[in-house]
Design a protein around this ligand. Sequence first.
Ligand code: AMP
Ligand code: GLY
Length: 417
Amino acid sequence: MKILVLGSGAREHAIVTALLAEDAGHEIIAAPGNAGIAADVPVVSLDANSPEDVTNYAFENNIELVVIGPEAPLVAGVADALRTRGIPVFGPGQAAAQLEGSKAFAKRIMDEAGVPTGRAVRADTLADAEDALDTFGAPYVVKADGLAAGKGVLVTDDRAAAAAHAEHWLVHGSVLVEEFLDGPEVSLFLVSDGHTVLPLAPAQDYKRLGDGDAGPNTGGMGAYSPLPWLPDGFVDEVIETVALPTVRQLAAEQTPFIGLLYCGLIVTPAGIRVIEFNARFGDPETQVVLPRLVTPLSMLLFGAATGSLAGMPRPEFAMDVAVTVVLASENYPDAPVTGREITGLDAAAAVEGVHIAHAATALDPSTGALLATGGRVLSVVAVGTTFAEARSRAYEAMGHIRLEGAQFRTDIAGGVA
Ligand code: AMP
Ligand code: GLY
């Protein structure tokens, strides 16, 4: 199959790696990609957020499947444009992508579909937001309504900070004040063709910058999969109570969800609650989910894109486990320092069971040096037969990598047995 993968992160590198691992002779092209993706497959410089550019490129180059990695092209309507031209695409249209793009939309869909989620109040003024803060009490949860690149959410015991966060984001639109949900967090990905959903393996993401969940929220500093501590029947319960009702609700509204339904869940003492949906693969969870996938990824993505998942067996996963640790630039997430050289990747990748998924990397055009070009630079991914093994491989590999000022967490998958 001739497949175009849109995006430039470690998630897209993981998708490309999984497609190549099928050994099916797929022709894979990425746009715009990064230095690591470019080392594996051809990349084209295409504006991934332009419905017209992507559609023209896919049409002229006989692309048989477009896989949309990030949320921005979804919200920009790239999937809609491709579908209009009859090109199979893995990724929801603009309307269904609102599930991620608008927290208020997601709440409405969950209410209509009876999906268990935290109570929330939408506020358009500071006075309303403050009333809601007092109704729910501490810890306070305040969210910007709309894409805020992971920066829109504040969870704090400090009422003044919660109010200040609400005030800041009210300038850009509404805010949601939510009930605090207590319990471990799980990311479950489901491949959806608009009607049928197939679950991938659950993963856990580490959203805070520092060890022990200290510091600011980030896009994700590490992950592991599977989650041996989950109760039996967890995945079936999420399918029945969360994923299917959501997909049915969107289908009933004539905005079918075709793509990756990312369920961000908290396992509270009172049961499973949704804290967020995303309309795409998660990063860094994808880096630990896909290396264990035994079922050909292209079959799932193409099956979803063409409405043919019904009757397909659930995806199979290998028995081993996977751990990923994200390497971030100095001053990430506030103002990452970019342009510095990264070395030691060959030695890192030589550690048994380890590979590197690139994110913000590029080659210096004059020297050929590998440079860090953004906040989250790369993911070190390790598989092993036990978490202790995968973890020690990941950190051994990390020890070989040099990037001035770089940050990474040292406690990913710590204590998981
Ligand atoms: P979100 O962007 O909605 O996923 O929120 C980012 C992070 O904030 C989540 O991954 C959680 O760790 C935390 N969070 C969000 N909403 C809640 C909530 N209602 N209760 C507790 N923690 C939350
Ligand atoms: N890992 C969180 C996200 O992809 O949104």
